[in-house]
Design a protein around this ligand. Structure first.
Ligand SMILES: Cc1ncc(COP(=O)(O)O)c(C=O)c1O
Length: 422
């Protein structure tokens, strides 16, 4: 399904004109297509049908409760990386036995919270973490199921900030260390070694790195199985890329085709933790032009969304297509502009040197492919309230997160007695 189309001259999400949403909830705002996200999930689910599997939606990509619920209702589990994400997953009604917990810095409190919540397993990232999980599990009188997150040293050919399976990366454990950790783990009374995990990075647009990593994981699983260790889960993480511009990433069925033959002979349950590919193209950030500005060397469109709302362009120099909401502008001769926000940073841009129609103040733009790592990376920098999120299905839409208020900005802050008065 193509959720973003011009209908009667106006860009719509499904059947709802974006201008209608902008009018009602204001700008900037995030808009998501329920159908597009659910279709992606169903495509993956159908493609994995003939292998025992569990899809764990990577909550970090888009964490709104309503978005989680779309996947949970389809039978999805959740991949989490913090106590806060566990709280969100449970609040959305996730089955704890479908929750997997990764991340290099799990605190003792977070581990205890996850054990008390009876999650499916931890993806363990270091020897010290394994012994802490054992200790906390012993205190609580429970068994902790774990997968070792191995670092397969595969180059995912993506932006260095989102490559996680390289030798120099902070994530995972080398194969040599994992072998040693298996030996240690077998002696820990409250650890059940149930799986092997890897996640090599994000926005990966070729199949080869996934296949290379899966082969390495499979080889290690076979080694453990031959040593009599009952590995039941193989978790290949997430990372499938989306088309932001001219990339042609594999479809989720091509991805499934590529990994299925590697995993099937192992007799394990396959876990995948996809985030971006399920939600990325299902979301857009709607923003309004505040000013047009010309300097001797540049044309600027100053819009009301900034790097605090969508940080990907500033952080990774990421490309997001930008479309005028009013189709009439598509016919105009484009000019090369920088689309910049109101934040007081030179790095505050949504696009640089981009051919766009020279819009007037008040006109709307849609920053496309903003469903993943968009709102969830938003901040209050420059004391800017975070934007609302809106979910569309067919010709209906709902505000699934309200715009923050100025009062929200100072919630929890206090002025100590020594500064009061005067
Ligand atoms: C451990 C883990 N699993 C899954 C994901 C999701 O990746 P993606 O959104 O690229 O599918 C991430 C993202 O960084 C991750 O760190």
């Amino acid at each position: 399904m193509q959720p973003w189309q011009y209908r009667e001259g106006m860009l719509c999400c499904e059947a709802v004109p974006l201008a209608t949403i902008a009018q009602e909830v204001g700008t900037p705002c995030y808009v998501y297509s329920l159908t597009a996200m659910r279709d992606q999930y169903r495509l993956l689910e159908n493609s994995l049908q003939d292998v025992p599997h569990l899809i764990c939606f990577a909550l970090k990509a888009c964490a709104n409760l309503a978005i989680l619920k779309i996947f949970i209702r389809e039978g999805s589990g959740v991949d989490i990386v913090s106590g806060g994400e566990l709280y969100r997953a449970l609040a959305a009604g996730a089955d704890p036995q479908k929750i997997v917990y990764a991340g290099v810095g799990k605190s003792e409190e977070e581990i205890a919270y996850a054990l008390k919540s009876n999650i499916l397993m931890f993806n363990v990232e270091s020897p010290q973490e394994l012994s802490l999980i054992n200790r906390v599990a012993a205190t609580l009188g429970v068994q902790a199921r774990v997968a070792l997150r191995i670092n397969p040293e595969v180059d995912p050919k993506t932006h260095p900030y989102i490559a996680t399976g390289l030798k120099q990366s902070k994530f995972g454990i080398s194969l040599a260390e994992a072998r040693e950790l298996v030996r240690v783990g077998r002696g820990l009374s409250h650890i059940e070694l149930a799986g092997v995990h890897c996640h090599i990075g994000s926005q990966i647009t070729k199949l080869a790195p996934f296949v290379e990593a899966a082969d390495k994981v499979a080889q290690f699983v076979r080694e453990l199985q031959q040593a009599g260790i009952g590995i039941r889960y193989v978790n290949l993480g997430g990372g499938v890329g989306i088309a932001y511009n001219e990339e042609s990433p594999p479809t989720l069925s091509e991805y499934a085709e590529a990994i299925r033959p590697i995993v099937t002979p192992l007799g394990c349950t396959l876990i995948v933790e996809l985030g971006r590919s399920l939600v990325g193209n299902g979301g857009a950030l709607i923003t309004r032009v505040l000013y047009t500005k010309k300097t001797p060397v540049k044309n600027f469109l100053v819009v009301d969304a900034g790097m605090n709302d969508l940080i990907r362009p500033s952080l990774y120099r990421a490309y997001h297509a930008i479309l005028p909401v009013d189709e009439a502008h598509q016919k105009e001769e484009p000019v090369v502009v920088d689309v910049v926000g109101p934040v007081c940073e030179t790095g505050d841009f949504l696009a640089q040197d981009r051919p766009l129609p020279l819009l007037e103040p008040g006109e709307l733009l849609a920053v496309m492919s903003a469903g993943a790592y968009g709102f969830c990376m938003a901040s209050n920098y420059n004391a800017r309230p975070r934007p609302p999120e809106v979910l569309v299905q067919g010709d209906r839409y709902w505000v699934i997160r309200e715009r923050e208020t100025y009062a929200d900005l100072v919630r929890g802050e206090t002025i100590p007695p020594c500064l009061q008065g005067g």
